[in-house]
Design a protein around this ligand. Structure first.
Ligand code: UT7
Length: 327
């Protein structure tokens, strides 16, 4: 079996920034409520760019960081809750945009855990030798599917994309990865596509393809699964949090991270946070965080980090990684 390592990262977010004050002009909310309840101060909101546009920019940035050509990639997996369209997949659109002519490309749907699921799937192809170099992308234009009249949800989300290039080889970069689903709890976070009633009728005026959520249920699920996922992956690899340089949780809510820190009696400085500037970018959040850490030289070869995702499905997962890139 091959080992798998990260050889490049990239990210992109739309230039347009929406502050909490701007949101307060749309719905009955305030900067004070949003910051104290979530930690979010602003988010990037697309003005005309679709999910594949963001993903393409993140992908090109990751390829540049890896120092490889698009033709070198033989697998593209794109995770998104807000794909451009049903067909073709957003991964195939990105493949066409970047000219990755030798790749198999497909989308996956695992909500905010999408990047961890994509990493897990790519691992299987790379470890068995079926692929040599894979591009995994988390990309979202959630502003397309947010209900901008619902203050319970619209203040939480943002648009962005992150990409990572993986290579099969002898260096053990991805040490361990776990992911799981609890489909019986799926109703806690939903976004329908096309209403089944539209099949034979001219449409249903009440139908809205927007995100709705039981915030408290997701909060409880998040704290429980993040803490247990971290503990599990540490135990499986005979490590403790002392061995870990950073924990990168899916960036949804600062209070979720604070709860986890308390539950694990952990050092809060180990938990990377950038949700104040991005909001919740679902499948993109961990990949964007990883790229920021890489580009800001927070990581050196030999550092161990844990990535943890949770979200709709419900889904969750974690990965223990040894950073192998030397800048
Ligand atoms: O990627 C996974 C995606 N989902 C998540 O991560 C969500 C996880 N859940 C959460 O982050 C929290 O549940 C929220 C931040 C969304 C909400 O916090 P909460 O403690 O569950 O508050 P709540 O929904 O019970 O609302 C408390 C109050 C309510 O008013 P009343 O009934 O007490 O008068 C809400 O109507 O806050 C009100 N409220 C708001 N007020 C101002 C809800 N949203 C807002 C808002 N601005 N945007």
């Amino acid at each position: 079996m091959n080992e798998v390592q990260i050889i490049g990262t990239g990210s992109y977010a739309p230039l347009n920034i929406m502050t909490n004050q701007q949101l307060a002009e749309i719905v009955d909310t305030s900067d004070e409520w949003i910051v104290s309840m979530t930690g979010i101060k602003e988010r990037h909101i697309s003005q005309g760019e679709n999910t594949s546009d963001l993903a393409t920019k993140a992908a090109l940035s990751a390829l540049k960081d890896a120092g490889i050509k698009p033709e070198d990639i033989d697998l593209i997996i794109l995770a998104s809750t807000s794909p451009d369209q049903f067909v073709p997949s957003t991964a195939c659109i990105v493949q066409g945009n970047i000219g990755a002519v030798n790749a198999m490309a497909f989308d996956i749907s695992a909500a905010c855990t999408g990047f961890i699921f994509a990493l897990n799937i790519a691992m299987q192809f790379l470890r068995t030798g079926k692929s040599k170099k894979a591009l995994i992308i988390g990309a979202e234009v959630l502003s397309k599917i947010v209900d901008w009249t619902d203050r319970n949800t619209c203040v939480l989300f943002g648009d962005g994309a992150g990409a990572t290039v993986l290579e099969a080889g002898i260096k053990k970069g991805i040490i361990s990865i776990n992911s799981a689903s609890e489909g019986q709890k799926g109703g806690a976070l939903t976004c329908p596509t096309v209403d089944v009633k539209n099949t034979f009728t001219k449409g249903n005026e009440n139908f809205k393809a927007t995100i709705s959520m039981d915030g408290k249920e997701i909060f409880k699920f998040a704290v429980k699964t993040i803490a247990s996922s971290i503990s599990q992956i540490l135990d499986e690899n005979d490590c403790t949090l002392d061995d870990i340089k950073y924990v990168v949780c899916h960036q949804a809510n600062f209070r979720i991270i604070e709860f986890v820190v308390r539950k694990l009696k952990a050092d809060k400085d180990k938990f990377f946070v950038n949700l104040d500037r991005y909001g919740n970018t679902s499948a993109a959040s961990i990949a964007i965080a990883l790229d920021e850490m890489n580009k800001n030289n927070l990581l050196t070869a030999g550092d161990k980090i844990i990535l943890v995702g949770f979200g709709g499905g419900l889904t969750y997962g974690a990965s223990l990684i040894e950073w192998t890139m030397n800048k």
